[in-house]
Design a binder for this molecule. Structure first.
Ligand SMILES: *Cc1c(COP(=O)(O)O)cnc(C)c1O
Length: 456
């Protein structure tokens, strides 16, 4: 088989700043063992997130110059609106400055005490916005999704039996929305099958619960459907995308993911009344409905990115690049989520650092070790991100302790990825030297962004 090459040429480059291991030991201490507090100039390969870190295409940059910055009714908005309508089939499109702004608006309206939002897995900002409204977020992930190293084609699926039971138990009137996250970011970037979305749709219809799609990685998810789900192998990506969105009453989207934009997001929906209430909030938080916290040039870049991401050559390369690094790690015996997700490699830190108890944050300890060894920046998705305390201030851990290495779109080449796997394998061979961490300072919400930690 021939090598699958990057389906782009490089026109403009950014230098990487190199550091030594000795420097990084100090830099990590100065950053309180929190990768979010590192300066990006001190990072060699930045896999903190795939959000807003994509390389834009020459077409997108050209679109930036075409951006019309009129306050109201800009042609850039209409290009954006048409593109979102074309993809989602949803008539109402509300731009926001990023995904969480769309969430904040939606959950401020639909949330509140006594309400439940059910999902395959809620992303951290989604959960935080739900909880901030006083409502509760509930994850009903399928059984396969809970077994990190056991491969299955659609580990992002929702447990539909659990969904039905949950709605009956809590009452449909207390569940303003069901949310399907594609791909399942916090659940390992694992895809959701079309069959599962169809089944969720049916249950939602039976009980009168609206269904929203958290669509950040819709194209990656649809590519997985094409290659893994029976009946979709001969369908085009736009056809699969249309079917996926046809099951939703609405969607939230961060354009910083599959739209290859550096900023942006939107809400789209069918319900005119709900949209009116969303726009009422939009004008006091984001801006006028034809720009919603974005510049005209951003709307152009998003519209173009949404078209580019459905290119099958791109998606083939994208999904293969994650699979490639996953294979290398599996062959070296490194505990890693299998199969690879759509946008990231997830190391199983509980297994990787089995000598570090969960209340000493093995995921965060591993993030630190990868930084020191090779200047690689990842992020913990485990008990630092999702852990809560019981009444006696004992940690109630997250179900999994993962380290996510998110691959920015179109940014790194195969040799960068080879380097990353070499560093991970080196750290794995020295894993017994890694020690646990404790928190010395934390915020009440989304604490992983700012928490300060120290070694034992
Ligand atoms: C990134 C992300 C969000 C939030 O979007 P932002 O643009 O970062 O605010 C919501 N849901 C999922 C699944 C995401 O990956």
């Amino acid at each position: 088989m021939q090598t699958i090459i990057e389906p782009f040429k490089i026109k403009s480059v950014e230098p990487i700043h190199f550091t030594t291991k000795e420097q990084r030991i100090n830099l990590l201490k100065e950053a309180h063992f929190n990768s979010f507090l590192l300066k990006s100039d001190d990072v060699i390969i930045d896999l903190l997130t795939d959000s807003g870190t994509s390389a834009m295409s020459s077409n997108q940059w050209a679109g930036i110059m075409q951006g019309d910055e009129s306050y109201a009714g800009s042609p850039s908005f209409f290009r954006f609106e048409v593109q979102v309508q074309k993809i989602t089939g949803m008539p109402i499109v509300i731009p926001t400055h990023q995904g969480r702004a769309a969430e904040k608006i939606l959950f401020s309206i639909l949330g509140g005490k006594g309400k439940y939002f059910v999902s395959n897995t809620l992303f951290d900002t989604t959960r935080a916005n739900i909880e901030f409204s006083g409502a509760e977020g509930v994850d009903l992930l399928c059984e396969e999704g809970k077994h990190i190293s056991t491969p299955a084609p659609f580990k992002g699926n929702m447990d539909t039996d659990a969904l039905r039971k949950f709605i009956i138990e809590k009452g449909a009137e207390n569940i303003p929305l069901c949310i399907v996250t594609v791909t399942n970011n916090s659940g390992g970037g694992q895809p959701v099958s079309m069959e599962n979305v169809r089944e969720v749709r049916k249950i939602c219809t039976d009980f009168g619960v609206p269904l929203f799609i958290d669509a950040c990685r819709f194209a990656e998810n649809c590519y997985f459907i094409k290659i893994r789900e029976k009946g979709y192998e001969n369908k085009s990506i736009p056809e699969i995308v249309s079917e996926l969105f046809s099951y939703g009453d609405g969607c939230t989207m961060s354009a910083k993911k599959d739209a290859f934009a550096n900023i942006g997001g939107f809400l789209a929906m069918h319900d005119k009344n709900l949209a009116q209430r969303c726009r009422n909030l939009l004008v006091i938080t984001e801006g006028f409905p034809t720009y919603g916290g974005l510049a005209g040039r951003d709307l152009e870049a998003i519209a173009i990115g949404l078209e580019e991401v459905m290119d099958e050559n791109y998606l083939h390369y994208r999904i293969r690049s994650i699979e490639y690094i996953t294979e290398k790690l599996v062959n070296a015996g490194v505990p890693v989520m299998q199969p690879g997700g759509g946008h990231a490699v997830y190391l199983d830190a509980k297994e990787f650092l089995s000598h570090i108890p969960v209340n000493q944050y093995p995921g965060q300890a591993l993030v630190g070790a990868l930084y020191i060894e090779g200047g690689i920046r990842g992020v913990e998705i485990g008990s630092l991100m999702f852990g809560k305390y019981d009444d006696n201030h004992n940690l109630m851990p997250a179900p999994m302790e993962l380290v996510r290495l998110a691959i920015p779109r179109r940014v790194y080449t195969q040799s960068h990825i080879d380097y990353v796997s070499e560093v991970i394998i080196e750290v794995y061979n020295k894993r017994k030297e890694i020690v646990g961490l404790k928190i010395v300072e934390e915020a009440p919400m989304l604490r992983h962004f700012t928490a300060k930690l120290t070694t034992f």
